[in-house]
Design a protein around this ligand. Sequence first.
Ligand code: FAD
Ligand code: EPU
Length: 345
Amino acid sequence: MKAEFGRMEIFENYSLKSLNTFGVEARAKYFVQLRNEQDAKELAKTDLLRKHPYFILGGGSNVLFRDYFEGVIIQLENKGIEVAKEKNKGVKVRCAAGEDWHSFVEFCVRNDLGGLENLSLIPGKAGAAPIQNIGAYGVEQQDAFKELTAIDLMRGKLRKFKSRDCEFGYRNSYFKKNPRNPYLILNVSYQLSKEHKYNLSYGALQEHVAGKKHHDLSLQLISDLIVDIRKSKLPDPDMLGNAGSFFKNPVISAEQFRRLKSKYPEMAAYKLNERQYKIAAGWLIDKLGWKGKRKGDAGVHEKQALVIVNYGSASGEEIFNFSEGIRKDVMQHFDIGLEREVILI
Ligand code: FAD
Ligand code: EPU
C-alpha cells in the first residue's frame, strides 16, 4: 500500500524479506526509498522522522530483523563514482552511498587504483562501509578513507566527516556507537594510490603469492585471490541466508589469555599489545562443537563457525535465540562475552 506524505511516496506495511541477506520475513510500518540528496532533503522537511523511530537500511547484509518494525525504513539508491582529484601518485575517488561496494572496488581495481582490493566481495553498499569500518584480510576501509558527506535527517543540513570525526575502530565508528545519530551518508571518498603497496599480511594470501615478485603482482591478482579465498570459506547469501560474522572477535586481557592458552595451546589468537589479545571467536565456537549444528532452520555454517545461517524459513527471533545459545555457552566455558557484530532491529 502506498501513501503520500508531503511530496514523498511512502509504502506501508512493507516486506523486508528481500532486503536482508538473512532472508528473514519482517515488515516495516513505513518504507521510503530515496533516489538522491534532494529526496533526503524533502524527507527532512516532513515530520515523519520526528513522529516515528527510523532505521537506515543499506543492502541489509549486517542486520537481523527480529520483529515487525514499528517505524520508517529508509533506503538510499543514489549512484555514481567520480574520480574527484588526482595529485601525483594519489587519487581521490568519491562513491555514492547507494553503489554496491564490490562494484566500487572492481572500478578501483580496473583503473589500477590501489587501497581497497583486499576488501573485494564484501556484500552491501558503499554508504555502509564506514559504519562498522569494514575490514578483511589485513585491511580496514579507514586505511584509505578520506572523507564522507552525510545529511542530518532532522535538520536537512549537510555535514562533512573527516577520518578523526568518524572515530573508526575495529568493526566500529561514531555512527555505530551512536545508533540514534541522525546522519544519512550520501557519499564516501577514498584516497587511493597508483603506486602499489600490497598488503599480504593474511596467512592464506601469503601462501597464494609465495614465490612471486612484486612486479608479478597486480591489484587484479590480489582482488581475484581474495574473491577465491572468500568463496571457499563464506556462504553466498544468495544461496544460504547469512550476515557474515555474527559476532566480533573478542579482546581479552593478557592474563586471561595466558590462562586459556595454557589449557588450549592451539587456541587462535593475535597479540594486540602487552595487555590485550584478540581471540578468534570462530575458534571458541568451533571448539564447543557448534560448527554445523542446527536447530530448525537456524544453524552454524559448516565451514565457518562465526557465521550463523538461515537454512530456509528461520525467523529473526529463531536466529536470535540460536545465537544467544552460542553466547551463553562461550561465556560458561571460556568466561568471554561475545559482542554481536550484526545489528539487531
Ligand atoms: P546494512 O546491513 O543494511 O546496514 C549496516 C549498518 O549501516 C546499519 O547500521 C545501517 O543503518 C547503516 N547504514 C547503511 N547505509 C547507510 C547510509 N547510507 N547512511 C548511514 N547509515 C547507513 N563485514 C566486514 O567488515 N568484513 C567482512 O569480511 C564481511 N564479510 C561478510 C560476508 C558476508 C557473506 C556477509 C553477508 C556480510 C559480511 N560482512 C562483512 C558484513 C557486511 O557486508 C558489512 O557490514 C557491510 O558494510 C554492510 O553493508 P549493507 O549495505 O548491507 O548495510
Ligand atoms: N577458526 C576456527 N574455526 C572456525 C572458524 C575460524 O578454528 O570455524 C579459527 C581459525 O584458526 C582461523 C581463525 O579462527 O585461523 C580466524 O578465522 P578467519 O581467518 O576465517 O577469520 P575470522 O576471524 O573468523 C574475520 C572477520 C571477517 C573477515 C575475516 C578475514 C570478524 C568478526 N570477522 O573473521 O569478517 O572476512 O576475518 O579477514 O572480525 C564479517 O565481519 O562479517 C566478516 C566475515
